[in-house]
Ligand binder design. Structure first.
Ligand SMILES: [Zn+2]
Length: 261
């Protein structure tokens, strides 16, 4: 059984193949390729003799239906002759976080173009009524317009696009100035929201990833998140340093759903 795992994000589309082990295939620019994504993926399916596809996409999905994709230029139409399993990209990240770290209860947070999160409870993805885990769109105050259409959301402060807009610099470059970055109001606001979720869920671990999230300093995160928590709460903080975490999580999600069929 060969599964193609695809991460359709706001900036890049990453592809891996899973057959018990992961192999990296390719990365494309989202802007340039999302319109032709269906034919690009169909070519990969033929070339690599793929049996099923798992796609993690920056999309709100409810009851299997795509609702809203604030950080994508368009919602791609995907159709294949083999099974396709779609899942929110942050949920795929959470699934891969569980695959790697194995804690039963995990709050998994991705920071890249946007801010996303997924919740693992007793080893299973928690979807709630379909949209659980959208921490990027909780209101943290301020009047900045969010890509989703709301205002004052966490993502409109701490998402990659928002930080770049405010500071006019590449975010990874901005992060190199540690004294500055870890004292910004945006970083504190991000940590406060993580602490709020920890207070509600009390997960064993909070796992951070994504292009920006994986470059955050673990000790600074721990210090800042814990400073916003009551003392009995002390989650383990982990960084999942893998740019392919979403595409790999999409493979594991598809593999699991195939076995459940
Ligand atoms: Zn929003």
């Amino acid at each position: 059984m060969k599964i193609l795992g695809v991460d359709i994000g706001g900036t890049n589309i990453d592809c891996v193949v899973y057959d018990g082990e992961f192999s990296y295939i390719d990365t494309f620019s989202t802007e340039k390729n999302i319109q032709n994504l269906n034919s690009i993926l169909n070519e990969l399916v033929e070339e690599h003799r793929i049996d099923a596809i798992g796609a993690g996409i920056a999309l709100w999905i409810k009851e299997g239906k795509p609702l809203h994709a604030p950080n994508l230029p368009l919602i791609p139409e995907l159709s294949f002759s083999i099974p396709l399993f779609l899942e929110n990209d942050a949920n795929c990240f959470a699934i891969f976080s569980h695959h790697i770290f194995r804690f039963p209860n995990i709050f998994a947070v991705t920071v890249g173009t946007g801010v996303g999160s997924g919740i693992i409870i007793n080893g299973e993805l928690y979807r709630g009524n379909g949209l659980a885990g959208e921490v990027g769109h909780v209101v943290v105050g301020g009047d900045e317009e969010c890509h989703c259409g709301g205002r004052g959301h966490l993502e409109s402060k701490f998402g990659g696009w928002a930080l770049k807009k405010k500071y006019g610099r590449d975010v990874r470059d901005l992060m190199k100035d540690r004294q500055f970055f870890y004292n910004t109001e945006e970083f504190r606001s991000f940590c406060r929201q993580i602490a709020n979720v920890v207070t509600v869920l009390d997960p064993h671990a909070v796992v951070f990833g994504g292009r920006i999230g994986m470059n955050l300093d673990k000790e600074k995160l721990k210090e800042c998140v814990c400073s916003e928590l009551m003392s009995p709460f002390s989650p383990i903080i982990e960084i999942l340093d893998d740019e392919l975490a979403v595409s790999k999580g999409a493979c594991i999600m598809a593999d699991k759903r195939l076995k459940e069929k």
